[in-house]
Design a protein. Structure first.
Lengths: 784, 304
């Protein structure tokens, strides 16, 4: 880290250099804009704002043509004459003009200027314009439509990136990790689109500041709150209602944002269910909610503090009771799971070249269940009760420095410390007399505390006009129960400008993940557990190489890129044959799994248009991912369960008129691999034929794990939004259709009989259960 | 106009919701590679060979389709030399191909079977050496923690060094005829047991056994080349147990993999929370197992 500071400072230019720095914000709300482009046209140099809207750029003194631009805003142009360092806070006006906005290649935030490859920015406005599922926008479902990303099973919000599993994604909300970002068994993500400002996905070429996961980083930034006036946004849909309020506590000084969402099907279903249950149903609560809150305070020109909070829970409570004058029988089921996170952050501008971000954060994912069955009469009171809980908690601190000593160097460095607490499962079970149960057991898996430390440094170095290099290193250490694991992970990226303004990019990244995820084959469940590496099961490691070409085309309106990647992972785990993931004693989880290797290789094509009346993207991925373990599948390589040979998606958002917006998406994925018996034959017991114990059985012959391919997956979603703009508010109706042509995409497969009725002619078939056929949604929204 | 359009859209939403409310299933036909010969034979040291030949069936067919094949040619090779052609015989109503010669430890045997229009198949395995084991003590305790297992036994296993060994343990009931002064081992009466001190390579009590705990499969990963003593608890019987006959079988690797994977597939067949288990198959051109075992069995009398 220190080496990056030394040895670079002191570059002397013959021409006097000055530094232009400051913030870029929304002119109407004061919201800081991350990823805004800052271009100095006459020197052909530029930069982008960081996650906090801050930029700094060192340029030759004199006359400059400054252009600031960001998606959804009108470009800001100004000619300045600068001879000394200048601080400037720039305000961009939202672009409500529906005419095509022409942005030339010289002005655009050109994809070929950036060293970073394998990164996609999804404007939140596009996320909100996407077809909705039951009226809900979903950030993760939008990310699933990008090349290199696939979903697990139908309807799931899991993202699977370049052959990686759902546990290999670093999902950050305002810099804090979220462990289980989904509701309702994975169908909805926990992210309320109304509270989010920016979403970036990294699939490779990971900057050194990220660590801890192998396959992707999803970096979500919350809105800070409107500094100018009170704003609100309320919506009501088939599934949930949302309300967001933001505004100044003190204008241009302190702002707040509160955003909440709750489903309410139970509020409608409970009275109906109670009515039909003849009084036996006492309580029914099936819902989820999210609550986001943020405070932003500007202490001074140099200092800002932020406090953000998120709580998202799924609740399932049912209580039934049958009672007479002499007898009572009841059962109660309570299941809760969810995330709680809190972040305290301080931004400090040391000077025109050095910016620091310091944060303290807390995150917790917890699952809890309680099942009670009781019978009571005048003589006895019997009770069966099972309680289970598990959680993972992190308390962390982090500091990041952003240093621009010269136009050629953009240095980032920092340190992190996280204290993990794993509570993998505590079960109590009682059965028998309520006062003195005959069975009274408790199994408490050992709580484990594991510190994790990290250091990083990187430099984005403009070697020449054509060649840019990003070189960095991320070092980390993790303590398991008995030992320390450590790693040094190099990160490299380069960009070389070819003729015709085509950028050639290449990257190499090593990543290490110290935490494993115990989950089943096709669906993540709330009972899935995060567990630390042990002596037997070591951390997972990956190396990824990517090369590609990028260019803006069609007068800078479309970003085009083609990338290929090769990723190798060691230490990935799978359950051993015959191990049941639901019964595994957590203290012995590492005896039920085996560690092996994985490879993923792919080619991605991506065309993205972010400006104009028609926006959207086309993505195609050709890929293969496989795994090999010492004993699983008898040591033979097999397709990874999320392998998809072809993955194609097209997303279109079109402003038909000022008050009508259409959107649609279509995606296709090759069917996923499945383990299927293709024959059956008689088995042998090993007894002598003369023995009475000599019996035979039947063996299902399976050629190999994951040799069979399930049905191809494809789906069309569409929506139309009618907008009415009034003086003081805007209202809109959105009608969406999920799976518009009713494709039967199963989310779960099993071997069953062709005719479930008793039928001697019925045969075994592979059956798929579909739950999400054509699903319409309607929602009403008002913004004020 | 706008109100009418919105009304039509709301009606569409309502109809679509009603029509899409229920769960549906899609059925996918299971492919089949065609009928193949199934060759099953577990060869035991110092015993004649029994081979059972059947026909495979599609995974969707009924098990009645798993018929025996008659009129097959089954040849036995010892160390790649043709030893004999097995004779077709009925035993307890089932058709076997039986040898006259006996197989011996530390020799490799191949069975080749052909018949009808089906492609010929073959499988090879080696008979392991007899395991070194001796039972030490067998007794009954008066207040067992588990009243269903009042008996205790210790046995000693001497494992050969430098090679991986696979074992199967069974315990039979036995009796002693004071008149003839002969022991009788009743192989039709197996005794359930649990291993109380066995630590496998994963460091926990781990032995694959059948649902009634009458058979235990394990390897020598934690005691390679050593002599170990196993402590067992035996299940009670309707009468007193005075004599028992523990049998330790050394399995070839292929036989072990077959029994181990077969048991796991049986145990997890309808378990949605477990991966489908692949049963080991060493028959080229077909299915089944040609495996080798060598047994040591003895009788021990109860101490108290």
């Amino acid at each position: 880290m220190v080496l990056f500071f030394c040895g670079i400072i002191g570059v002397e230019a013959q021409q006097k250099k000055i530094t232009l720095y400051g913030y870029v914000e929304d002119a109407e709300t004061g919201e800081k804009l991350p990823g805004a482009s800052v271009l100095i046209l006459n020197t052909k140099s530029g930069t982008t704002t960081n996650n906090y809207g801050f930029f700094t750029i060192t340029i030759p003194a004199g006359n400059i043509q400054l252009i600031i631009s960001s998606i959804g805003y009108k470009a800001y142009e100004e000619n300045l004459s600068l001879n000394t360092d200048q601080k400037i806070n720039l305000k961009l006006i939202p672009n409500n003009n529906l005419d095509e906005v022409v942005i030339t290649a010289q002005k655009s935030p050109a994809i070929q200027q950036q060293t970073q490859m394998s990164r996609v920015n999804v404007p939140i406005t596009m996320v909100k314009s996407m077809p909705r599922f039951l009226g809900e926008t979903d950030v993760l479902k939008t990310i699933q439509l990008l090349p290199g990303v696939s979903q697990g099973s139908e309807g799931n919000s899991n993202i699977l990136v370049r052959g990686g599993g759902p546990e290999q994604n670093l999902i950050l909300l305002d810099g804090t990790l979220i462990y289980n970002p989904s509701h309702f068994l994975g169908i909805f993500s926990t992210f309320n689109g109304d509270a989010i400002k920016n979403v970036e996905l990294y699939k490779g070429g990971f900057p050194a500041r990220f660590g801890g996961r192998l396959s992707s980083v999803v970096d979500l930034v919350m809105k800070d709150g409107n500094m100018k006036k009170i704003n609100g946004d309320a919506s009501i849909g088939l599934l949930a209602s949302n309300l967001t309020l933001e505004g100044p506590i003190k204008k241009d000084k302190t702002s707040f944002l509160v955003s909440g969402r709750r489903t309410y099907l139970d509020l409608i279903a409970e009275p109906l269910a109670k009515k039909t249950s003849e009084g036996e149903l006492k309580n029914l609560g099936v819902y989820f909610y999210d609550l986001n809150a943020k405070l932003h305070h500007i202490i001074s020109d140099k200092d800002r503090i932020f406090a953000s909070f998120f709580d998202g829970q799924d609740v399932f409570n049912v209580k039934n009771e049958y009672q007479t004058s002499k007898y009572l029988e009841g059962n109660t089921a309570k299941i809760n799971w969810g995330n709680t996170i809190g972040t305290l952050r301080w931004n400090h501008v040391f000077n025109n070249r050095l910016f620091a971000n310091t944060l303290i954060n807390y995150t917790r994912y917890k699952f809890f269940s309680d099942f009670i069955f009781e019978q009571k009469d005048t003589l006895r009171y019997n009770l069966v009760r099972a309680k289970y809980s598990s959680s993972i908690e992190d308390l962390g601190a982090r500091i990041d420095f952003d240093y621009r000593p010269s136009p050629e160097h953009n240095i980032k460095t920092g340190a992190t410390a996280t204290f993990h607490t794993f509570r993998p499962g505590a079960l109590t079970f009682k059965a028998g007399d309520a006062g003195n149960p005959g069975i009274n057991m408790s199994f408490t898996n050992q709580v484990q505390h594991s510190p994790e430390l990290g250091l990083y440094a990187e430099d984005d170095w403009l070697i020449s006009n054509k060649l840019k290099l990003n070189a960095g290193v991320h070092a980390s250490a993790f303590r398991s129960k008995t030992k320390w694991y450590g790693s040094v992970q190099p990160r490299l990226g380069l960009r070389y400008l070819l003729p015709a303004d085509i950028a050639f990019k290449a990257s190499y990244a090593q990543m290490v993940q110290y935490i494993h995820f115990l989950t089943n084959n096709s669906n993540t469940l709330p009972t899935d557990l995060w567990v630390p590496s042990t002596d037997r099961v070591k951390p997972m490691r990956s190396q990824q190489v990517a090369i590609g070409f990028a260019k803006t085309i069609m007068n800078g309106k479309v970003e085009a890129s083609i990338e290929s990647y090769y990723k190798k992972m060691d230490g990935v785990i799978e359950y051993l044959d015959g191990s049941s993931y639901i019964n595994s004693s957590v203290d012995e989880w590492d005896t039920k799994v085996e560690a092996g290797n994985a490879t993923a290789i792919g080619l991605e094509l991506f065309l993205q248009k972010k400006v104009g009346k028609t926006t959207g993207w086309i993505g195609y991925t050709l890929s293969k991912s496989d795994r090999v373990f010492p004993t699983i599948n008898f040591g033979k390589k097999f397709f990874y369960k999320y392998d998809r040979l072809h993955d194609f998606e097209i997303v279109v958002i079109h402003k038909l008129r000022k008050n009508i917006e259409l959107s649609g998406s279509w995606q296709f994925q090759t069917g996923s691999p499945y383990t299927l018996p293709v024959a059956q034959y008689e088995s042998i017991s090993g007894y002598s034929p003369k023995s009475n114990n000599n019996s035979t059985g039947v063996v299902d012959y399976i050629k190999g794990r994951n040799e069979f391919r399930l049905l191809n997956y494809h789906r069309l979603d569409a929506s139309i939004t009618f907008i009415r703009q009034r003086k003081k508010y805007e209202r809109s109706w959105n009608i969406s259709v999920y799976n518009a042509y009713n494709r039967q995409n199963p989310f779960y497969y099993y071997l069953g009989q062709s005719d479930e009725d008793t039928n001697s002619n019925s045969q075994r078939v592979l059956k798929g259960i579909t739950l999400l056929p054509l699903v319409p949604g309607i929602s009403y929204r008002i913004k004020f | 106009m706008k109100i009418r359009l919105l009304s039509y859209l709301l009606i569409f939403v309502a109809i679509a919701m009603i029509s899409c409310g229920k769960q549906r299933t899609v059925a996918i036909d299971i492919p089949y590679d065609g009928d193949k010969i199934v060759l099953n034979s577990i060869m035991t040291n110092d015993s004649i060979v029994y081979a059972h030949i059947t026909k495979s069936a599609s995974a969707k067919a009924s098990i009645d389709s798993l018929t025996e094949l008659s009129g097959c040619t089954v040849d036995l090779y010892e160390n790649n030399q043709l030893k004999e052609t097995l004779a077709e015989t009925l035993i307890n109503g089932r058709r076997y191909y039986v040898s006259k010669s006996k197989t011996l430890s530390n020799r490799s045997y191949t069975l080749k079977a052909s018949g009808g229009k089906l492609q010929g198949v073959e499988g090879t395995d080696q008979i392991p050496a007899k395991p070194g084991f001796s039972p030490l003590e067998f007794w009954k305790i008066s207040n067992p923690p588990d009243s269903l297992k009042p008996y205790r036994m210790t046995i000693k296993i001497k494992d050969p060094a430098g090679e991986k060994n696979y074992y199967r343990l069974k315990i039979y009931s036995a009796s002693y005829n004071t008149g003839t002064k002969r022991y009788t081992i009743n192989k039709n009466s197996e005794i359930s047991f649990s291993l109380d001190n066995f630590i496998d390579e994963k460091g926990v009590f781990g032995v694959v056994s059948d649902n009634l705990s009458r058979t235990g499969f394990f390897t020598d990963d934690t005691f390679n080349g050593q002599e170990i003593t196993l402590n067992l608890s035996l299940r009670t019987a309707s009468g007193e147990r005075l004599y028992v006959a523990p049998e330790l079988m050394a399995l070839s690797k292929q036989a072990y993999l077959y029994f181990d994977s077969k048991k796991k597939q049986e145990n997890n067949k309808d378990n949605p929370f477990s991966e489908a288990v692949i049963v080991y198959n060493n028959i080229s051109g077909g299915y089944g197992i040609v495996g080798g075992m060598a047994d040591s069995i003895t009788v021990i009398k109860r101490l108290n």
